[in-house]
Write a protein that binds this ligand. Sequence first.
Ligand code: PMP
Length: 429
Amino acid sequence: MTRSTKQSEQLYERATRLMPGGVSSPVRAFRSVGGTPVYYREAEGAHFADEDGNRYLDFCMSWGPLILGHAHPAVVEAVCAAARRGLSFGACARPEIELAERVLKGFPSMERVRFVNSGTEAVMTAIRLARGATGRSRILKFEGGYHGHSDALLVKAGSGLATFGTSSSRGVPPGAVSETLVCPLDSQDALDEAFARFGSELAAVIVEPLPANNGLLEQRKEWLQHLRRLTTRHHVLLIFDEVISGFRFGYGGYGDMLGVGADLVTLGKIIGGGMPVGALAGSRAVMDELSPVGDVYQAGTLSGNPVSLAAGCATLDQLADGSVYRELEALGELLDRTLAELGGDLPWLRWRRCGSVFWLHLAEGEPPRAAGAIRPEAAERYNRMHGKLLERGVYLAPSAYEVAFLSAAHTEDDVRTLARELVAVLRQT
Ligand code: PMP
């Protein structure tokens, strides 16, 4: 079969005359995998149709929010009902309380939450809050961690164990990243060095407890525990960025599941059920540093938007009894088994999976735990494979460094289809 891509091509051509690179967010331009971006027309469950009428099984799922699948009836119903009552109030309204209760129920150690409009905003606010609460300015992040696109976090590592990075984007002045220290993941030595030198100057350490933005760089529990000990000892706030992992593996945070607690948590994606929402949560003492109680400023015209929050509430309600997580784990295990069965003889068919999140690292050996250990040939294989999978009706994220998501809408057959098509394509790649 050769797909027709005429409509997508024409739309993309039109888009490039209107928007930089034709897109609203860069990875969508398919630059690394090549080919024309697929133009989604409509989606339901685990499938979508593009503007040419091709149907695909989706394993990108809007990059994580859609744990229930596309256009889940209960979520769509809640959104429509909320929209009929008003699109935005810019004032106090019941949905804020309803989502706050649901979110805090999943994070028993957190006492207060503030809603914003994206993960980026949540992180940006958490960093400002940590600096305000501690009176310190330096922050530490990890190589390969993505925390949205606020200036202070657009930073790349130097070559030492712990370095003050340089900005990874033009337009970010050196001053904006001069207080941002970068360490490699998976290294206790790097942590020890960073804290020995800068521990008393750090306001916060930010980390995805399950790093999922540069592959799936699952960390050892002991490493996270070590980080927790060091931050506590040096009175540094530990921020778990759970924008992807929050409510993804259970009703709450990945850190709590591991038994490692944070001081602040940032959230997004699932708590908005596919609508724009972000949040940060923490203890009352820290969160009350935010205005209007404290004097760390933060605000938003559309923050606490009633339609977005209704989508979040409807989504969390579907997750509350835990059954979705058990089903997702079973689907994930089926994927492991089927891939091993069909492609066990391919030495470079390697992947890492945690619950409903998986990442293909198409190179021999154990998939890496640190950004520096990702093998270039793995990305090259992924890039060659991507377009061929599209031809077979399977849509993976258009970048080798992005993870894939299973949702409650995927069936066992969908998972078998993924494994079968993947292995078939890899045998020709
Ligand atoms: N933090 C993490 C861990 C993320 O995965 C992302 C987005 N992928 C962000 C922050 C930024 O979120 P948003 O794209 O909603 O601004």
